[in-house]
Design a protein around this ligand. Structure first.
Ligand code: ZN
Length: 301
């Protein structure tokens, strides 16, 4: 009787132990061994962030969720680190936010979930009020001009929230022009006396005809005229990251072209709603604007 009970119970105990090991103990034991590092270490609203994940064992894949955005990671075998570029929207309030990682481990069936939370601080963007005067057609467009504005809005909605999961950027981002900065990200602007949304780009003081360089490797997503932006080039760098170049006088690329970092994509100008010739560059990550100067400062693999 006892022996019979034992033969029945033994496999059951083994099974329970196995399930406990696979489902419970292994993830708990290894979760602590995971290194999850943001670059820069201090996150702020409007700032880009590189998440670097070093797991204790080999993974098949790694994905994540951050501030409602989906993240897809790339693997660097030389450092055994998974990485992705992400960001924090300008509107994000200071606080602690979770980064949820989902890993597929080699040889295990159930995916492993790890959560780390990071503090987001408030960036110190300039509170200067930039008073600008632009032509009336930009503040009070006629019905015909309104149609052009609407067309531009439609194109921007269609293209500027694109997310190509595969990474095309490689190494650090560079400045698109070797010139002085005339206006930074996040400043408050007033056009003809009316407050606009903050300046979501970086302005370079360049005369018309200055070569404009691609900030990193990517594919030309847009190269066309838009009402406010003028002749505008948008590069898709993958992982949801786009760089935008406005008010150009001339295009040197067409949609679909592959470009290298530093490659000439156009010449600066003053097309669209510009007070004069200058280069406006912007960085979009998954539908939100990030500070280009912070992206240029970021050390990237
Ligand atoms: Zn600008």
């Amino acid at each position: 009787m006892n022996r019979r009970l034992y033969t029945l119970a033994f496999p059951l105990i083994v099974l329970i132990f196995l399930i406990w090991t696979i489902v419970g103990a292994v993830p708990l034991a290894s979760a602590a061994a995971w290194s999850v590092r943001p670059e820069p270490t201090r996150l702020v609203n409007g700032g880009p962030v590189l998440f670097q994940v070093k797991p204790p064992s080999k993974l098949k894949s790694l994905s994540g969720k951050w501030l409602t955005h989906q993240l897809s990671f790339n693997y660097d075998p030389s450092t055994k680190t998974w990485f992705t570029l992400a960001g924090v929207s300008f509107e994000t309030s200071p606080g602690r936010y979770p980064l949820e990682l989902t890993a597929e481990l080699a040889g295990t069936m159930a995916p492993l979930t790890i959560t780390r939370s990071f503090l987001v601080g408030r960036a110190k963007y300039p509170q200067v009020r930039v008073e600008l005067t632009v032509e009336k057609k930009f503040t009070e467009p006629s019905p015909e001009q309104q149609a052009q504005v609407a067309e531009g809005v439609k194109i921007k909605q269609e293209y500027l929230s694109r997310v190509t999961p595969a990474r095309e950027w490689n190494g650090k981002f560079i400045g698109p022009a070797d010139a002085a900065i005339s206006d930074v990200f996040g400043s408050q602007r007033i056009f003809n006396g009316t407050a606009q949304r903050p300046h979501f780009g970086l302005d370079y003081r360049v005369p018309a005809g200055t070569p404009v360089a691609a900030m990193n490797q990517g594919t030309i997503l847009l190269a066309r005229f838009l009402y406010y932006e003028g002749n505008c080039v948008v590069i898709d760098h993958g992982q949801g990251l786009l760089t935008l170049y406005f008010h150009l006088s001339e295009f040197k690329v067409k949609e679909g072209d592959q470009v290298k970092r530093g490659q000439e994509i156009g010449l600066s100008g003053g097309t669209g709603r510009a007070t004069g010739p200058h280069l406006h560059v912007a960085v979009r990550w998954q539908g939100t604007y990030l500070d280009p100067a912070s992206l240029i400062r970021l050390r990237l693999p």
